[in-house]
Write a protein that binds this ligand. Structure first.
Ligand code: ATP
Ligand code: MG
Ligand code: MG
Length: 568
């Protein structure tokens, strides 16, 4: 069993349970459905759901759907699928939009308390008035409107009487605060855009800082985990929770109770951790969207994309992403994780979980001249070298084989231990063969005529005879042609995000990031179901393509090479 995780967030959770501050923990994963999840989100998913699992708490999946212009049900479906695929189950599926009526009543309450006002400044003016890190802001000329006037204007905002962007509802906090987030932040803006859940019911939408903390409170979230850039928003988070006071008299959440929601209402605590950054990739949704829209990749699930859909299609096991999240860990230090750490996790998981198969990617014919014409037999191969529970399988063997073209060299360099004219090599699971004759067409080798030493076959006295190299093969008559997609990193520089000399991430795409080849695989590989992972011996870890593979018409994606070829 894995050692108990003990990062600073889990320490806080442990203390809060031990002290009785909370009887149970409750966390949430709160994506905005404005794009596909990427590997950075996996860190947040593994953290929130991991804590739920380890401490016996509940975890909600909450769509932070407060910005309908950018959101889409397609993203909602993909996000649900991705969370399940990663191996997690939410206690409740919620939407910020479930709470729109409560948010509205909370805002009315702030207005009534003199803690919020309707402001007619334009977005640009608001920016001007806000001040800078070194300069205090200035009060809006609308800041001292009476409660009655504010209530009237806010109700009319809600009724759809005003144009988009013409007014906002703002919290009245402190325009001179050293924390810019407290300089009268917006609570509501006017946006007459249809919402995927609430349709045309709302011409105003709440801002993230207002909606998020109240959503947490309404769901009884005890520990609201977010990334470091929200650290400066925490005072505002606490301000809204305290001032709106959902559980006050009368409780504001009654409409939810009437609608059948459980409302545990807690005072949530926001805790920030550093976001995941990985080299050789980009992770912002904006850039990922551009890659898709500009046709630089084949879609959100292109196997080179850092999206969960892309990683999955490439063949990355969900367990490898969970291992990766654990290995990266949780802290407050920003860092850049090397891509090879992810690849190492994939190798580790697939090495233990993937059965072995034989495939030849760049074939050349090898004929065993001393076997009779038409000779064929069935061999048994173990499916895993270290784990007998994988059992074994039948592998057809015959007089004519395909081997890798690179496993033969007419003029070998020093240290080449595979097949050469007149030389010997072991055929994996068969015995030792000698190359007697090289048939060529022009410069190209078309066939290797060999003899198989019968005394070196499995079970014979010469089976242990030493030769330097062992190569893999498939039987030409039995092998199934397969499309093999050789994927590599999408970018060829460690920091494609850095815009320099007029270059952007678009200029750093790795031209070798995919190569499609025709290969031959042994029959049992062709019969694997879509998404099955295998190790093609000596070639790498591969996965049957989720969409294009069919038994009998195999398509395999290279998930990861056997060794790190990018190491400096
Ligand atoms: P992006 O910046 O890529 O658009 P986002 O933060 O806007 O991402 P959300 O849908 O708001 O995307 O994210 C949902 C949750 O995932 C948030 O709690 C967010 O903090 C977390 N998250 C997003 N990116 C990362 C990351 N790189 N590392 C860790 N957590 C992340
Ligand atoms: Mg976002
Ligand atoms: Mg976000």
């Amino acid at each position: 069993t894995a050692p108990e995780k003990n990062d600073f967030i889990r320490q806080i959770v442990r203390e809060d349970l031990a002290s009785g501050k909370h009887a149970a923990v409750r966390t949430r994963f709160p994506p905005e459905p404005n794009g596909y999840l990427h590997i950075g989100h996996a860190k947040s998913i593994c953290l929130n759901f991991g804590i739920g699992r380890e401490f016996g708490g509940l975890v909600n999946l909450r769509f932070d759907d407060t910005n309908p212009a950018k959101e889409d049900p397609e993203y909602v479906e993909a996000i649900k699928e991705d969370v399940h695929w990663l191996g997690f189950e939410w206690a409740e599926l919620r939407h910020a939009s479930d709470y729109f009526e409560v948010f509205y009543r909370g805002a009315v309450k702030l207005v009534e308390q003199g803690l919020a006002y309707v402001c007619d400044l334009s977005a640009e003016q608001v920016r001007e008035y806000r001040g800078t890190l070194t300069e205090p802001g200035r009060n809006s000329p609308f800041r001292d409107r009476s409660v009655e006037e504010n209530l009237d204007l806010f109700r009319r905002m809600r009724a759809g009487e005003f144009a988009d962007g013409s007014r906002t509802l703002r919290a009245k906090i402190d325009m001179a605060s050293g924390n810019i987030n407290l300089r009268d932040p917006a609570i509501y803006r006017i946006k007459k855009v249809a919402h995927q859940n609430t349709g045309d019911a709302w011409p105003i939408y709440p801002m993230y800082d207002y909606a998020h903390c109240l959503s947490d409170a309404l769901e009884g979230i005890t520990h609201s985990l977010c990334t470091l850039e929200f650290e400066d928003h925490r005072p505002l988070y606490d301000w809204f929770v305290d001032k709106v006071d959902l559980a006050g008299d009368p409780p504001l959440y009654q409409p939810l109770v009437d609608a059948g929601f459980a409302v545990p209402a807690a005072k949530p605590r926001q805790i920030e951790f550093s976001r995941l950054n990985i080299n050789y990739t980009v992770m912002s949704k904006r850039k990922l969207l551009a890659l898709v829209q500009e046709g630089l990749v084949a879609g959100w699930d292109d196997p080179r994309m850092p999206t969960l859909q892309g990683l999955r299609r490439r063949g990355t096991p969900a367990a490898a992403l969970r291992l990766f999240s654990d290995r990266v860990g949780i802290s407050k230090q920003n860092s850049l994780i090397d891509y090879s750490v992810l690849e190492g996790c994939i190798r580790e998981v697939m090495d233990a979980a993937a059965p072995r198969r034989l495939a030849v990617i760049n074939p050349v014919k090898l004929v065993l001249g001393n076997l009779p014409e038409g000779h064929a037999e069935t061999l048994r191969f173990p499916n895993h070298p270290k784990d007998t529970s994988f059992g074994d399988r039948e592998v057809p063997f015959s007089r004519e084989l395909w081997i890798e073209r690179e496993d033969f060299m007419e003029v070998p360099p020093k240290g080449f231990h595979r097949l050469v004219p007149g030389g010997e090599v072991r055929l994996r699971g068969v015995g030792i063969v000698r190359c007697e004759e090289v048939i060529k067409s022009g410069d190209e080798v078309t066939e290797l005529r060999c003899t198989l030493d019968p005394l070196t076959r499995t079970g014979m006295e010469g089976a242990d005879r030493k030769v330097k190299g062992t190569i893999h093969w498939v039987s030409a008559a039995h092998a199934v042609p397969a499309e093999v997609r050789l994927y590599d990193r999408l970018f060829n520089v460690p920091d494609p995000d850095r815009d320099e000399d007029g270059k952007t991430y678009r200029d750093h795409l790795n031209p070798e990031s995919v190569k499609v080849v025709q290969a031959y695989v042994e029959p049992s590989a062709a019969r694997l179901p879509a998404e099955a992972g295998v190790q093609f011996e000596r070639l790498g870890f591969f996965t049957a393509d989720r969409r294009d593979h069919a038994p009998g018409r195999p398509v395999f994606n290279r998930t990861v090479t056997l060794r790190d070829t990018w190491a400096k």
